[in-house]
Design a protein around this ligand. Structure first.
Ligand SMILES: [Mg+2]
Length: 225
């Protein structure tokens, strides 16, 4: 089992947060992509490519992990500007409404993790989403998945011009939750994001599977006996 690891930086943690790792956990911070929702840009690429002059794999390179997507996810481009750039590059023949439908529909809930959040919420533990999404994805997820509305707050890259693991966004989490250091339990599938949280003294779980993560949350005492 992959345990919760505040990685051994207790000296820094004490300095940065003025707290020790014995701090009781008070809130749980969930990453969204690959933690609560699986996603696959190839689904969108396949559908969008049918309306374009470029191939599915060329399109995938343009919209998945690309500099263009990065600018959109950090709010440097509006949805209209992002769409215009995709359209100009690909020859997409539809309008923004069609693009919105095709681009957003790439998500599948990871049910055991959705259930974990519901259990934490029922136990009165505040939960937050901390994610690097784009506005089209947020609109689609908000419309499509009821669980998305069951959080106490949302810290999203596209609202703050900063992306994990930029410390600016972690400061927003601390301000918005009113918690810091070991009071926060943070679940994310990307090691660089987790490391940035651990450096602030947050308790962290590198998400590899629902089974391991749920076991670690139980081990942290958040699910009762
Ligand atoms: Mg993720």
């Amino acid at each position: 089992m992959r345990q919760i690891f505040p990685i051994e930086e207790s000296g820094d943690r004490a300095m940065v947060n003025g707290r020790t790792q014995e701090s009781a956990l008070e809130v749980v911070i969930f990453d969204l992509g690959k933690v609560l929702l699986d996603f696959d840009y190839r689904i969108a690429a396949k559908k969008i490519a049918a309306h374009c002059r470029i191939t599915e794999s060329e399109l995938c390179r343009l919209i998945d992990q690309s500099p263009l997507l990065y600018r959109y996810e950090t709010n440097l481009l509006t949805t209209e500007q992002f769409f215009a750039q995709v359209r100009d590059t690909t020859g997409f023949r539809g309008d923004l409404d069609l693009f919105r439908d095709l681009f957003g529909d790439i998500f599948t809930p990871i049910e055991p993790m959705v259930s974990l959040q519901a259990v934490l919420r029922a136990r009165g533990i505040p939960t937050y989403i901390f994610s690097n999404p784009n506005p089209l994805a947020v609109a689609h997820i908000s419309r499509r998945f009821e669980f998305f509305h069951q959080f106490d707050g949302y810290i999203l890259s596209c609202d703050h011009n900063a992306m994990k693991p930029d410390s600016k966004l972690y400061e927003v989490v601390e301000r918005q939750t009113g918690k810091m250091g070991g009071q926060l339990l943070y679940i994310d599938d990307r090691p660089e994001n987790i490391s940035a949280g651990a450096r602030r003294g947050w308790q962290v779980i590198l998400h590899e599977s629902p089974e391991q993560t749920i076991s670690a949350v139980r081990h942290a005492g958040l699910l009762g006996k």
